[in-house]
Design a protein around this ligand. Structure first.
Ligand code: ACO
Length: 431
C-alpha cells in the first residue's frame, strides 16, 4: 500500500500522499492541500520544500555525497572531462565514442558568434562586470537564432544546447578581452573546449598562449565540479523561467543573474577579496574569524557553509587537493592559500562553526586555483557560469519534456495593510 502522512487541521484529519525518491528520500505531497483544506504551506527560503522531482543530480548533504546521474563526483573528477560530463548531465548516460564525437563536433561548429554581436560588446562601458556582459550577451545571442523563439522543439534541442554551451565560452572570453581593452581572439577549431577558452582569453596577436596541460586540466576540473548541483538558487531560477516556456537562452541569461550574488556563485570572488583583505591587514585570519562569528560585524566567512551540505562539500575536498597540485606544478607560493588553510583549520575547531555544521564549500579554494592560472577575480563567477550550463540545460529539458509540468507560481501569506480608502493628496498627513 502506498505510504501516506496524516495532517490534522481544525480537528479534521487529511491524508497526504508520500513520494519516495530512488535514494529513499521522503516527501509529503502537498499539491492538493489548499484545494482540500484552504491552507498552504509556508517555507521561507524554501529550505524544506521540494520544488520538483528530478533525475539529474543527487546530493546527500549530511553524508557529503554528490552524484551526477548516479556517478559519484569523485569518480567523474578522476576519470572524465567537462564535455563528457556535460553530455552525461544533459542526456542521462555516458556517451559512446560516436556520441561524444558528434557532441564535440556540434560544439566546434557553433563556437563563433555572429559578427553583429561585436557591436553589442562595444556598447558596454570599460570595466563593465563580465557577469553583466555574459547575461546580456546570452540574451542578445538568442536574437540571431529565430528558431529559439518558436518554442521548445525536441528535434532542435541538441543544436540549441550545443550552441549555448559553445557560445557562452566565446562570449565569456570576448567579455574579458573587452574589459581589458584587448583585441578579441577567435576560437580555434583544433583546440578542445577548455583549451580554447584559455586561448581566447590569453593569446595575443603576436603570440599564442602556452597551453600547459596541467592548467587546462585544472580549469576543466573546475568546470566539471560546477556542472550541476540540483535545485540551488540559479538552477531554480532557470526552472522558474523555463516553466513559463521561455526559450533556453532566456533561461540561461536569468540563471547567470541569480548566480552572480555573493551568497551563491559570486562567493568565489568574495572569498579571494576576503583573503586579500586579511593579508593586507597583516591578520593571520584569527581576527577575521572573530568578526565572522559576530552577527553585528556584517561579516561572514565566505566560502563556508551551505544550505544542503552539513558536512564537508565533496567538491571542496577535490578542489583543495587540486589547489596544492597546481600551485606545486607551477612553482607558485600564494600567501592566500596559507591564510585559507589557517582559516579552515581554525573554523573546523571552533564551536561556532561546529555547532552550525559550517564546512568549506566549493568556492573556498576554487579562486586560489583560478588566480594561479591567471584568471582575474572578476571572471571567477563567469567561469562558474560556464561550468553550470549543462546543469541548467538538463533542468530546462526536464521541464520541457514533462508533459504535465505547470508554470511555477508559489503563493504567499500576505501581512500588509488590509483594505483602506484612497485619500486625495491634500488630505494626506504622511506615513
Ligand atoms: N560565516 C559565519 N556564519 C555563518 C556562515 C558563514 N559563512 N554561514 C552561515 N552562518 C551562520 C548564520 O549566521 C546562522 O547563524 P545563527 O543560526 O546563529 O543565526 C547559521 O550559520 C545558519 O546560516 P543560514 O544563513 O541560515 O544558512 P543558509 O542555509 O540560509 O545559507 C549560505 C547558506 C548562504 C551558503 C551561508 O552559509 C553563507 O552565507 N555562506 C557564505 C557565502 C558562501 O560561501 N556562499 C556559497 C555557497 S555555495 C554556492 O552557492 C556555490
Amino acid at each position: 500500500m502506498a505510504k501516506t502522512a496524516k495532517l490534522e487541521i481544525d480537528g479534521k484529519i487529511y491524508e497526504l500522499p508520500v513520494v519516495i525518491g530512488s535514494e529513499g528520500e521522503h516527501a509529503v505531497d502537498v499539491s492538493k492541500l489548499r484545494a482540500d483544506t484552504g491552507y498552504i504551506t509556508l517555507d521561507d527560503g524554501y529550505g524544506n520544500t521540494g520544488s520538483c522531482v528530478s533525475n539529474v543530480t543527487f546530493i546527500d548533504g549530511e553524508k557529503g555525497i554528490l552524484r551526477y546521474r548516479g556517478y559519484p563526483i569523485e569518480e567523474l573528477a578522476e576519470k572524465s572531462t567537462f564535455i563528457e560530463t556535460a553530455f552525461l548531465i544533459i542526456y542521462g548516460h555516458l556517451p559512446t565514442s560516436a556520441e561524444l564525437r558528434r557532441f564535440s563536433d556540434l560544439l566546434t561548429q557553433n563556437e563563433l558568434l555572429h559578427e553583429g554581436m561585436k557591436f553589442h560588446f562595444e556598447g558596454f562601458p570599460p570595466n563593465a562586470h563580465p557577469m553583466a556582459i555574459l547575461s546580456s550577451m546570452i540574451n542578445a545571442a538568442s536574437c540571431y537564432h529565430p528558431r529559439l523563439m518558436e518554442g521548445y522543439n525536441p528535434s532542435h534541442f541538441d543544436l540549441q544546447a550545443a550552441r549555448l554551451i559553445s557560445k557562452v565560452r566565446t562570449i565569456a572570453a570576448f567579455a574579458y578581452r573587452k574589459s581589458r581593452g584587448l583585441p578579441i581572439n577567435y576560437p580555434k577549431p583544433v583546440y578542445k573546449y577548455t583549451a580554447n577558452l584559455l586561448h581566447m582569453m590569453f593569446s595575443e596577436p603576436y603570440q599564442d598562449y602556452d597551453l600547459k596541460p596541467e592548467v587546462v586540466r585544472a580549469l576543466d576540473l573546475i568546470f566539471l565540479l560546477h556542472a550541476d548541483h540540483e535545485q540551488n538558487c540559479s538552477t531554480s531560477t532557470v526552472r522558474m523561467i523555463a516553466s513559463s516556456r521561455a526559450n533556453l537562452f532566456a533561461c540561461a541569461a536569468g540563471g547567470v543573474c541569480a548566480l552572480w550574488g555573493p551568497l551563491h556563485g559570486g562567493a568565489n570572488q568574495a572569498v579571494i577579496e576576503m583573503l586579500e583583505e586579511i593579508h593586507k591587514e597583516g591578520d593571520d585570519g584569527s581576527k577575521f574569524i572573530v568578526a565572522a562569528k559576530d552577527k553585528k560585524s556584517g561579516r561572514r566567512l565566505m566560502g563556508f557553509g551551505h544550505r544542503v551540505y552539513k558536512n564537508y562539500d565533496p567538491r571542496a575536498k577535490i578542489i583543495k587537493e587540486q589547489c596544492d597540485k597546481i600551485l606545486n606544478s607551477l612553482h607558485i607560493t600564494d600567501p592566500l592559500l596559507d591564510i585559507a588553510k589557517r582559516l579552515e583549520d581554525a573554523a573546523l575547531h571552533d564551536p561556532y562553526f561546529i555547532e552550525r555544521k559550517l564546512y568549506p564549500n566549493v568556492d573556498f579554494y576554487s579562486g586560489i586555483i583560478m588566480r594561479a592560472i591567471g584568471i582575474p577575480v572578476e571572471m571567477f563567477t563567469v567561469i562558474f557560469a560556464i561550468g553550470r550550463m549543462p546543469g541548467w540545460i538538463a533542468n530546462y529539458k526536464e521541464i520541457m519534456d514533462e508533459k504535465t509540468s505547470r508554470i511555477y507560481r508559489p503563493r504567499q501569506i500576505y501581512t500588509g495593510a488590509t483594505e483602506r480608502k484612497y485619500l486625495p493628496i491634500e488630505q494626506r498627513t504622511g506615513a
